[in-house]
Design a protein around this ligand. Structure first.
Ligand code: GRF
Length: 213
């Protein structure tokens, strides 16, 4: 069994995709042991509760230093014996101390094809606004490992979504979620939990040989 913590800041539709996959027995040996929100009252916490998954809040501004915040986060992760952290619409940037402690054990979903429309400041609708402003014809979603560089860790999987002539940032956001994010994230989480993701020189490969987590 691998214990998964999902970190969230918003409505939690990607969390829902993971909860649904778990319910359908599609996360392999992975199970979601807690949902950690960056603030109180986010929609994702309601989804966790509805699935009887414990919810925790760890709010950066509740602590007087980054170090105290990190210690509180580590305490939650230790409490649930977490093996894999999934950032699913988590809006804060994790510090190097966190990404190094959980190196190759944190994954994030980004709603564009990295290295396009990513990095600091590219979140939510801003990503889709930028894709439409650039006039690209294809966008999509990327699941990647998290390191200290925002959206800079090794890419694990990508799924393309075609842009339509009458797309708005809102319609595009919805289609990227439906056609890419909600499919890709549970799939990668399962592959991770089954030990099928291999990393060599900051590049990932999917393998049938079991890797150590
Ligand atoms: C998604 O578009 C995800 O790719 C991005 O933030 C959004 C979160 O949406 N990182 P939700 O909270 O999962 O509905």
């Amino acid at each position: 069994m691998l214990n998964i913590a999902v970190m969230v800041s918003g409505g939690g539709t990607n969390l829902q995709a993971l909860l649904d996959a778990q319910e359908a027995d599609n996360l392999g040996p992975g199970r979601i042991v807690c949902v950690i929100a960056s603030k109180e009252n986010v929609g994702a916490l309601g989804r966790a509760e509805a699935s009887s998954v414990p919810g925790e809040v760890c709010r950066r501004t509740a602590f007087s230093s980054e170090e105290e915040y990190e210690n509180a986060l580590f305490a939650i992760l230790d409490k649930y014996n977490v093996d894999l952290i999934v950032l699913a619409g988590f809006l804060s940037i994790l510090s190097k101390r966190v990404t190094e402690k959980y190196a190759n054990r944190i994954i994030n979903i980004h709603p564009a094809l990295i290295p396009s429309f990513c990095g600091k400041g590219f979140y939510g609708l801003k990503v889709h606004e930028a894709a439409l402003a650039a006039g690209v014809k294809v966008t999509g979603a990327t699941v990647h490992f998290v390191n200290e560089i925002p959206d800079g860790g090794a890419i694990i999987a990508q799924k393309a979504v075609y842009i339509e002539q009458d797309d708005t940032p809102e319609t595009l956001q919805r289609r990227v979620m439906e056609q890419a994010e909600w499919i890709l994230l549970p799939q990668v989480v399962r592959q991770f939990c089954e030990g099928k993701i291999k990393i060599v020189d900051n590049k990932t490969y999917i393998t049938e040989e079991k890797q150590d987590v």
